[in-house]
Design a protein around this ligand. Sequence first.
Ligand code: ADP
Ligand code: MG
Length: 435
Amino acid sequence: MIIEKLLLQVLIVLSPVLVYSVISNGKKELKFPFLMVFYAIAGVLCIVFSYQTFGLYWDLRYVIVVCAFLYGGMKTGWLVFATVMITRTIMGGDHLVFAYVCIASAAITVYFFRVKYQTVLSKWGKTLFTIVLSLVPVVVQVSIVSVLIRDDILLILDQSVLARYLFYYVTVIMIAAGFITLLHEAINEKKRMQEEIIRAEKFNTLAGLAASIAHEVRNPLTVVKGFLQLMKEEKKDSNQQYYSLVLSELGRAENIINDYLSFAKPELKSVEDVKLLENIHEILALLHPYAIKDGVHLNELIEISDHLLVRVDRNQLKQALVNFVKNAIEATPNGGNVTLVVQKSSDLVTIHISDTGKGMNKEELSRIGTLFYTTKDKGTGLGTMVSIRIIEAMRGTVSYQSKEFVGTTVSISLPIRRDETSSIHTFKDKNKQVI
Ligand code: ADP
Ligand code: MG
């Protein structure tokens, strides 16, 4: 009987992390403190469904308290601790103070060891650590029980049965604490992997852009070098006319490098109000050399004001849009067009990235955005997946329309944060310049 009850307890203890893993699904942060609520509910259930015999409650509340501190943080830990205490008080019974002492010993132990816990890196080390932390209150409990038995406060006739129960109890606590740690570590590992994929894809994009940017920077430098040589040969001070040219070419080189560096900069993750237009201009400037290299015209048709704000992570939005535009350029043959149309509709702003490229058939379209799907020799098949994930994290949507051999349009919609002035309308060909 005790075994069945304890197994039910294992299920209760594991349920917070299992449900949380489904809900979080690798997301970095959730708005609602799900873990806190799930652990608190599990704490209540543990006590409500505990096995009562010898005047004692047999349940896994300590595991809940310990793991709430370790994986939910201080706030979650103390809230779950309070919930467990209150529930235990409501349940009543003879040895309430004894119960308080044991639960408090769990909370205090984990409170003091939580920093040390973070320094353990391997998941097996952490598993062992959680098991030990969960057993500390059991040791306290057993010590108190033996004192109570010695002083005849607790009357237990068959002590061998008590010993057997204790053995089951400790074993089940160890199993539950071990499993719960492994599950939490698996969730954390998944989150880390997803961040790693986003980073890796960014470096891949950077490497791809580097060649075209180096090429673009070389052009103004060649011009500057040429003029400097001219000036040196003439040795007269009639070179005023060249100075402005030299300076403007140097400025161009500087801008290209600045754009590249601003994209390459390691980012501080922060969600803020961003002027979308500014962001788009930076992206276009960054990809301009890349389009020139492939002989593709990069056009823009912008129908939003420069005051339109979206609430996003500036760098991640840039990364996502660069991926989409880069894919469009890569799909387009020499002489083709890639056009960015930015439009506003009530509370959404939509960026359409159209290309006159090779397009995709139904089968290809259904596979886009899935992990490692690529048709390029040096492709990673990560760009689209990462970009869609980034946009969706910003509460935006991405949709594709494509016709084979005609072209593709990717539409990215984002919720507008604020837009103060009326819209302006400009059209220009960013890529008229030929080298
Ligand atoms: P990668 O660019 O490394 O191949 P992505 O995830 O960015 O990986 O893209 C996956 C695949 O989707 C590309 O290899 C390409 O076949 C297809 N694709 C993406 N965008 C377009 C587009 N605009 N036109 C045609 N095909 C595209
Ligand atoms: Mg790509």
